[in-house]
Unconditional design. Sequence first.
Length: 585
Amino acid sequence: MSLQGLSQEEKLHRIRHSMAHVMAEAVVDLFPGTKVAIGPAIENGFYYDFDFPKPLANDDLEKISAKMKDIIKGKHPFQRKVISREEAEKLFSGKGEQYKVELLKAIPEGEEVSLYSQDSFTDLCRGPHVENTADLNAEAFKLLSIAGAYWRGKETNPMLTRIYGTAWENPKELRLYLKHLEEMEKRDHRKLGRELDLFSLHEEAGPGLVYWHPKGARIRHQIETFWKDEHFKNGYELLYTPHVGKSWLWETSGHLDFYAEGMYPEMVMDKANYYAKPMNCPFHIMIYKTNKHSYRELPFRWAELGTVYRYEKSGTLHGLMRVRGFTQDDAHIFCTPEQVEDEILEVLRFSLHMLRAFGFSDIQAYLSTRPEKAVGDPEQWKLAEASLQKAIEAEGLAYEVDEGGGAFYGPKIDLKVKDALGRSWQLSTVQFDFNEPKRFGMTFVDHDGKEKQPYMVHRALLGSIERFFGVLIEHYGGAFPVWLSPVQVQVIPVAPAFEAYAKSVETELRRHDLRADVDLSDSRMNAKIRNAQKEKIPYMLILGEKEQESRSVSVRKRNGEQVNGLALDEFIAQTLKIIASKENV
């Protein structure tokens, strides 16, 4: 099909889909006996899964790329053919392509099947593709990596070899994207976590569980302290709840019915089954139920930095972004129907305030509404959805509506932020729940003296502390703003004669709650500066004879700027002002 008249998105989709087929042809030609699985276009590229007769090496990617270029230059048309399912099964069975045969078995009998062929390669495919391999630019693609992937994503199925690639309209777009990938690699939170000594993960001690090192813990302390202070300012109270609960709790909440696979196995204690908590909400409900409540007491805004445990599949674990144990910055609001609209508006305002404080300004909202199967009165849903939409519009946020995309227990707002590289991250969530209040029999006494069910709103601002920290590391490339930096000031004496003055400067900085260290190592001054730069410390204070005599400091910032002979008191005042304002410097 011609690329003319298509949107840029559709053009790239066809280019990438076609490039996946070209790659499959190259692989089959170069490695006889290889079985072909699936090969879709994805965001920014494509992949194909193969069952190779012997392991593939990274060096083989160059051979495959060269073969692909030859195929592209051959100007082969992409030809579509429709046949019956039975004919297709016979075709692929004859080639020994068992993965294609398995895919065909999922197609209803009698339904037609489309094939696409180019040169000597034929694939089961719905299309669409470019008209001819000549429409592909042989200098605008690159094979990126090799990974393992279970057939159809199931751990019980064979492990296949997945080859990832990227493809663009022209070489310039490819170069820009590869540069973007280089920047992503530099900012990878796993790499920076090691280099900056922030955290570690230990497969041998338990996959998906995070070890916070002193510097990472310093940053976590700053995040959590700010989080707590802002919650108190906004009318919240803090809760602390257990890490485990009896099976009754999870049976009542419904988690054992619809979330059991995501929970750690039960523990038997005192002849009763206990589970590590995957959510905090049932515990907050138990606190609510310790007393009867009047409408005069509501709303309750209860927040908790609660550590939860979810048994994520090992293949999905990824640094801090997907873990098995994490601290959820959870809150639950229990309110009357009359309070819902104001509470949602305030929750959204608070969410935006928190995200902006951490340096995120490009924020978009996504509103998910009632699905076909749902619990709760339709009138409850209408009020909840209207409250969510009004709040988004009142804050002037760009938003999209996912009709019917809500959970069965309530509608929600998700907030996504864009980081320094333009990548979207879903962080804040505001979620109604009509399920648990009913299951736990929650009530309040209304002004008419009757018992009624309160509205319950789940709310997470940062999502989880672990994942949010990973996003922050990549957003800032490890160069955290001053208020978050684990070490804010590195004091560097130029010679041993000035070490006493350096220690006194460190003491004065710490007296003003600035996180400062003094480098008293035997390294030369330039090496000390380089080390501080590698650690991405915001300020280096270089101290010599002039500084000692005038009780001043020479400031070198991590961006290379320098200020000489600044009075120590003035430096402290300026730095405290920057910290108080949460400037992203």
